[in-house]
Design a protein around this ligand. Structure first.
Ligand SMILES: [Mg+2]
Length: 230
C-alpha cells in the first residue's frame, strides 16, 4: 500500500554541479540573445530555470517582449549545450544520497519522484551522469509550471497515473535545500524536509520553519523514519 509521495529537489539536495552549469547558461544566452545578462553572478538557488533566464536577461535591460519570442530557442540551446559539455566529473553526489535512494526505492509504501526547478532535459542529464536517474520514474520540472509552487499538483498527477493513488496533504513530502522548497511544501499543504547541503546553513533554513531539518542526508535510517512518520 502506497503511503508517501517523496519528491526530491536536485541541485544542493541530491548533487552539486560545478561551474560548467553557469558557463553553459551564459554561452547559450549569448548565442541566442547576444548577451549573457547577469548569468555569471546571479543567485540560482531554488529558482526555476525558466525564471532564471528571465531574471538574468532583464538585468541586461531586455524586456519580457524581447525575451519571450526566443525563449524556447534559448531553452533548447541551453539543454543541448549542457548535455554535450558536461561529464561525470562535473557532478558530485551529496553525502548519503545513493544509500538513501537505494533504501527508499526498496520500500513498497514509498513512491519516489522529482520536484525541481530544472528543465527536464538538463535535470535528467544531471542524474544520469552519477547513475541515479533510474530511481525517479517521474518528476515535476520547470517545464510543468511558471513557478515552483505550481509543481506539486503536477507531481501528484504524474504519481497518480503511475501508481493509481492520488496523494494529498502530508502524504506528500518535499525534500530540498532552500527556503523556496520549504515554501513550496507549505503553500501546498505538504510536509517539508529541509537539508543544509546546498548553499544555505541549518540556521538560515530553520528561520523558514521546515517540518524537518537535516544537516545532510547521511543517516538513511533516521531520514526514512522521519519521511514515513504521519
Ligand atoms: Mg536546490
Amino acid at each position: 500500500m502506497q503511503k508517501k509521495l517523496v519528491l526530491f529537489d536536485i541541485d544542493g539536495t541530491l548533487l552539486k554541479v560545478g561551474s560548467v552549469n553557469r558557463r553553459v547558461l551564459a554561452d547559450a544566452l549569448t548565442r541566442v540573445y547576444g548577451t549573457s545578462g547577469s548569468a555569471e553572478t546571479h543567485n540560482f538557488a531554488g529558482k526555476m530555470d525558466s525564471v532564471i533566464i528571465y531574471e538574468v536577461l532583464r538585468n541586461a535591460g531586455l524586456g519580457d517582449s524581447e525575451i519571450a519570442p526566443l525563449f524556447d530557442t534559448a531553452k533548447d540551446t541551453y539543454i543541448e549545450m549542457f548535455r554535450s559539455r558536461t561529464a561525470p566529473s562535473d557532478v558530485t553526489l551529496l553525502e548519503g544520497v545513493r544509500e538513501l535512494l537505494e533504501e527508499l526505492s526498496a520500500l513498497p509504501e514509498v513512491s519516489l519522484g522529482l520536484l525541481t526547478g530544472n528543465f527536464e532535459g538538463s535535470g535528467r542529464h544531471k542524474l544520469q551522469l552519477p547513475g541515479i536517474d533510474h530511481y525517479f520514474p517521474f518528476g515535476a520540472f520547470a517545464d510543468d509550471g511558471n513557478n515552483r509552487n505550481e509543481l506539486p499538483p503536477a507531481a501528484v498527477e504524474k504519481a497518480y497515473r503511475l501508481t493509481g493513488k492520488r496523494f494529498s496533504g502530508k502524504e506528500v513530502v518535499i525534500i530540498g535545500d532552500t527556503e523556496h522548497d520549504i515554501e513550496c511544501a507549505r503553500v501546498n499543504g505538504a510536509r517539508s524536509v529541509a537539508v543544509a547541503s546546498g548553499t544555505y546553513s541549518p540556521e538560515e533554513l530553520k528561520k523558514h520553519e521546515p517540518d524537518i531539518l537535516f544537516e545532510n542526508l547521511s543517516s538513511a535510517g533516521v531520514v526514512i523514519n522521519e519521511i514515513l512518520r504521519s
